[in-house]
Design a protein around this ligand. Structure first.
Ligand code: ADP
Ligand code: MG
Length: 257
């Protein structure tokens, strides 16, 4: 469905993404996992041409994406930003309706779509549709961000650390909502995170990036059982070590008087 073929992005003084080749199958969620500066956002933004590669090719559904004007491409790919993604001066309904308006949908169709998407994203349309983003919690804002990305019925979704700024409980609820939405809609998605647990929970496969390169691509199980190198082993081992520490703490607590 999405193919990256030796994609490189070079800036004057640095290589942000270095010969990355990747394939995301129809209906699959691929997680791009890596530390800060590893090239995740640059990779994602090349898929909808917010950034143009220095070399290499990207295909969606077999078609080279340079064969289509960037604005047309972006309308059929949902994009969820980490933060500052919503227009602050527009209401929730107007935010979600941006792309459908650009596509020339009539007002009644947009209104129906907005309400359906709010319900899909577990928000009460009557309560939130006329509010501005600042009048919503962080979790509600990110739900609106997901709803907006889904507005024009994209087959492909790109998400850049969409839940990264949320508290752990809100984040957990949004992860569960997102899992059920993408199964229901059969979306093909690339999901960027630096959070190992999130990667393990959400990803059908995980692509680990380090210094602009792919360190390993595999299922969560493959990464856990056969890490390609020491970096992947450490990264994937972190949640296990933490779980072990918590178990030890609880065991100690049980022995305390
Ligand atoms: P990540 O999303 O994994 O944190 P990015 O893709 O944003 O990483 O950045 C990858 C690398 O490319 C970083 O070293 C960053 O400093 C560099 N970089 C990103 N954008 C630019 C730019 N416009 N000019 C120069 N260097 C950039
Ligand atoms: Mg980033």
């Amino acid at each position: 469905m999405i193919e990256l073929d030796k994609v490189t992005k070079r800036y004057a003084d640095a290589v942000a993404v270095d010969a990355v080749s990747l394939r995301v199958d129809e209906g699959e969620l691929l997680v791009l996992l890596g530390g800060s500066g590893s090239g995740k956002t640059t990779t994602l933004k090349m898929v909808n041409r917010l950034i143009e590669p220095t070399s290499g090719a990207i295909r969606i559904g077999g078609q080279d994406i340079t064969g289509e004007p960037p604005h047309a491409l972006r309308r059929r790919i949902g994009y969820v930003f980490q933060r500052l993604g919503l227009f602050p001066h527009l209401t929730v309904a107007e935010n979600i309706g941006v792309t459908p308006s650009l596509l020339g949908w009539d007002a009644a169709r947009i209104r129906a779509r907005v309400d359906a998407l709010l319900e899909l994203c577990e928000l009460d349309p009557a309560a939130v549709r006329d509010r501005r983003p600042a009048e919503l919690s962080g979790g509600q804002q990110q739900r609106v961000g997901v709803a907006r990305a889904l507005a024009a019925e994209p087959r492909v979704m790109l998400l850049d650390e969409p839940f990264g700024a949320l508290d752990p409980l809100t984040r957990d609820r949004l992860q569960q909502s997102f899992l059920s939405i993408r199964r229901r809609l059969g979306l093909t998605a690339i999901f960027v995170t630096h959070d190992m647990v999130e990667a393990l929970l959400l990803g059908d496969r995980i692509a680990v990036m380090q210094g602009g390169r792919l360190a390993q691509v595999g299922t969560p199980r493959e990464l856990m059982t056969a890490p390609a190198d020491e970096y992947v082993a450490q990264l994937i081992g972190t949640p296990r070590r933490q779980a072990g520490l918590i178990d030890a703490l609880l065991a100690d607590g049980a022995r305390a008087p």
